[in-house]
Design a protein. Structure first.
Lengths: 402, 402
């Protein structure tokens, strides 16, 4: 029985607090501004990828969520795969004892444990898992930072999913992108109390893809250049806040930056909308929650942020999360709630408002306006997975197709 | 029978193409930027006000839409009334033959012919009608421009309702506000084909008042200062476009400026939202309509704009309006439609999409999402109304209360 060249890895989702919106180089995916995100736990949301190299494979092939995906020549997938093969080739050339398989074709099988219909961005975790599984397959000594340079060329925000904890993506200045990488500014162990509640919001409108949308903003928004002058100070301030576990400052900056990102999207011609009436109601409810909290204890207790879609992610210290879930359920009732942190014991989650909360700030929505709530926390970077979790069968084809 | 000192006037609504948002002086109501609006026809939307002075009146009293309204000392109403009395006093002091009644108390009765529930801003037409009726009562020689300085102190945008056609409100530079007035840049006769469709949109959220909202933007939006650098060129360009009846340029600037105003509102902390999902759908539908028009004839055919609320106003040349109404009715069906320009004859209005229109750009809404459509056009400035239209009875009290 011949040796199998294969590796399986998983990678996390990340949700930015300082948003990435705009490229200065669309081919290399170099951003117009630095960004910063929180890596969410893979215990709840992850992409898992198995990569295998074999001399018998006729061509590089990728299956995503059980379906064959096209690897377009010169496209983003092809770039990531050829960059990883190039690194393996370098290693082979430098070490006469290294096994020579960088020229073999690969089969790659990837799976997200969250439904695409949930509207959660899967390209970040997906490209991070792809790059990380290939790095393990090729036994590369590359650091997460080096791998982030490659994942970035698959999907910009994917570079931030190569690390756990709190991650900055430096915009860099080099024309070749060599200084536009991700680095950890604090680990998940530095601030383990950072929790997140993903509110999956229904949507029946057509989305503008973020790739197309961000370049339209760069080209047409008269306000966009001002945003670029604002971000560096926000990066400094939120990094400090994270390193000092200053949630109040973290929350203030996170919410402002989410709103500013959506503001420049709206200032685009034609305008781009990602938030809908439910998103706006979540903002209103969190704003009122913080108003009461500021009055009572001088500190914000939650921070919303919205990516290029209607879903909210609410960051909060673990100790506030029960109260926040009860608040959200009051306005956006749920059929059921999965309670991974055992906040509610065996009792069903009931809506409840904190003392002093002005319940008239928003109307109450029907079941389904927020489709599901996912409670998670800050987590680690990509993980190597054992062979038992391989997505490819002995025949090198997806197990899900067997 | 003694002489009655009384005048009745009506004043129009105006809807800005370059938005007023932000004060540099909150007491004098001096704006941070110039703005520009279209005055809508009083045949369809107007405020009517009767003012009477009488030695028997015990105090200045105002009724708005049949209800007693408080004239707060030092407030905006009190300022407008006392400024008008001051001008009368100057006239009396200068002319020994002038009748002396500037010291008498006044009764003022005002009525809007559109329901407050429609969510149309009535403060502009209301303060313009108030000031104009007092100017007639006091037989002042003041020009509309001079009166606009006073109406401005009641409600900023009211200054633009003192003139018909296309009106610029100059931001001015003087600390006393003496150069922050409205002036006509083109009359309604210069471009009579300019029509407007008001789409009254349902809303169940709480609004942030524009007075409070705009100052929060000035204080907290990091993008707002950039807007101030953008507006002067837009003012120049749209003035040119209007004077040349260049609808395409007028439309491009109008839509961009509406979106930018809502963008800085969203960049405010906490953020301010005025548009809702129906507003966004109207934008999407007009954007697609213009896309087809640009493809077919290289010209935009409609321009949306949104004030501090969810209602859309769609500007378009008269010749496009039938097509636009059919388009809007396709997505936002109406129980009925008042057809003042006889576009549809006796047939009911049916939804219809132009050739090439991608009908999937938006879902179709239910009846009631757009509560009503009001078709109107550019119109003239305030009008003197005859005694038959007086809102006050012989006893100096509102006829509506008799």
């Amino acid at each position: 029985m011949s040796k199998v060249f294969q590796a399986t890895a998983s990678a996390p989702v990340n949700i930015a607090c300082i948003k990435y919106w705009g490229k200065r180089d669309t081919k290399l995916i170099l951003p117009t501004n630095s960004s910063l995100s929180v890596t969410l736990s893979q215990d709840h949301l992850r992409s898992t990828t198995t990569s295998r190299a074999d001399p018998s494979f006729a061509e590089d092939t990728l299956w995503l969520n059980g379906k064959l995906d096209e690897i377009k020549p010169g496209g983003r997938l092809a770039t990531c795969i050829s960059e990883m093969k190039r690194l393996r080739k370098e290693l082979e050339d430098a070490d006469p004892n290294a096994e020579k398989f960088s020229h073999w074709r690969v089969h790659i099988c990837s799976h997200n444990n969250f439904p695409t219909a949930a509207g959660l961005a899967s390209s970040a975790s997906g490209f991070a898992a792809l790059v990380y599984s290939l790095a393990k397959l090729y036994q590369l000594p590359a650091s997460p930072k080096e791998l982030s340079l490659i994942a970035r060329q698959g999907s910009g925000s994917a570079c931030r999913s190569l690390l756990g904890g709190f991650v900055a993506w430096r915009e860099g200045a080099a024309a070749d992108g060599s200084d536009s990488f991700a680095e950890q500014i604090a680990s998940e162990a530095d601030w383990p109390a950072m929790h997140a509640l993903v509110c999956v919001v229904s949507d029946d409108k057509k989305d503008t893809s973020s790739t197309a949308g961000m370049q339209r903003t760069v080209e047409t928004s008269a306000l966009f250049s001002q945003r670029l002058t604002v971000v560096p100070e926000r990066m400094r301030a939120i990094t400090n806040a994270i390193q000092n576990r200053d949630f109040d400052t973290f929350a203030a900056i996170t919410m402002k930056d989410s709103n500013q990102f959506h503001a420049v999207a709206l200032d685009t011609d034609p305008p781009i909308f990602y938030m809908n009436d439910v998103s706006r109601a979540i903002i209103t409810v969190v704003t009122e929650y913080n108003r009461v909290a500021l009055e009572k204890c001088g500190q914000r207790k939650a921070a919303y942020t919205f990516d290029a879609g209607p879903n909210a992610v609410i960051y909060a210290p673990r100790e506030n999360m029960k109260e926040i879930i009860e608040l959200i359920v009051s306005y956006f009732p749920q059929e059921s709630f999965n309670d991974p942190f055992q906040l509610f014991g065996s009792a069903p989650v009931q809506g409840r408002l904190m003392d002093g909360f002005n319940e008239g700030v928003s109307k109450r929505f029907a079941i389904g306006a927020v489709k599901t709530l996912i409670h998670t926390c800050v987590g680690d970077g990509p993980r190597v997975r054992g062979d038992a979790e391989s997505l490819l069968g002995h025949d090198g084809l997806p197990k899900s197709l067997a």
